[in-house]
Design a protein around this ligand. Structure first.
Ligand SMILES: [Zn+2]
Length: 227
């Protein structure tokens, strides 16, 4: 589970996704923990500990962007409950997540622990959003109705695209290897997939996939950074 911390010259600290949240094996229960088993876990992998490694505190985060609201990407939002930190997510994602929990139609991948009214939700609409200088969010439905990827243009290391679970692993990107039941809408997913391939080509972007450890480990991790 991957989170990206951006130190932005005008906006301050922006966090893209939050991981699973504290104590998630207990919060989620045994069935889900089987599905999202963790190996080699140490406490310094927690979101707040990782942010500390960068010399910042989770309390210094000025805005959170959630690519999609599944529990392994948004569980850590519990740390922002009761604060006025804006939580940006696509309108369709927010609606789908609350609806899924309320109606129990897509239960299991969302949790009431973070789908709460005391978070400062800031939904946005449309196909693309220029979020801040150098940061663009692109709506990529498929895995979920409102999933958004983040495009981050850095001065020296170029463009990065954080795909959330549009691609869980590299194989999804390279060969259209199916995500099975994890993709809710394959037609939409294919259209999103085409857009991202063009985006990669036109920007020469490096891609970080939702859960591909091997790809992630090729790059520098906190406290190291890219500029
Ligand atoms: Zn997901």
């Amino acid at each position: 589970m991957i989170s990206v911390l951006i130190s932005h010259p005008e906006e301050g600290l922006i966090l893209f996704e939050t991981g699973a949240g504290k104590d998630y094996p207990e919060v989620w229960g045994p069935q889900l923990v089987d599905l999202f088993a963790r190996e080699g876990y140490t406490e310094d992998m927690e979101l707040d500990a990782q942010i500390k490694l960068t010399g910042n505190d989770i309390k210094d985060v000025k805005a959170v962007i959630i690519g999609h609201l599944h529990l392994d990407h948004a569980g850590g939002l519990e740390q922002f409950r009761g604060t006025d930190i804006p939580i940006y997510t696509h309108e369709l994602e927010l609606k789908h997540a609350f609806y899924s929990v309320a109606s129990k139609t897509d239960l299991g991948l969302y949790l009431p622990s973070y789908l709460q009214f005391d978070l400062n939700w800031k939904p946005f609409v449309g196909a693309s959003l220029g979020f801040a200088r150098g940061i663009f969010l692109h709506h990529c439905p498929g895995h979920t109705p409102g999933l958004c990827i983040a495009q981050i243009n850095l001065q020296n290391s170029g463009t990065w695209v954080i795909t959330s679970d549009q691609y869980i692993v590299q194989e999804n990107y390279d060969s259209l290897a199916t995500q099975g039941w994890l993709t809710r809408d394959h037609h939409s997913w294919s259209q999103s997939n085409q857009m991202i391939h063009f985006l990669q080509k036109t920007t020469d972007a490096k891609l970080i996939f939702g859960h591909d450890r091997e790809v992630l480990m090729r790059y520098k991790l906190a406290p190291e950074f890219y500029d």
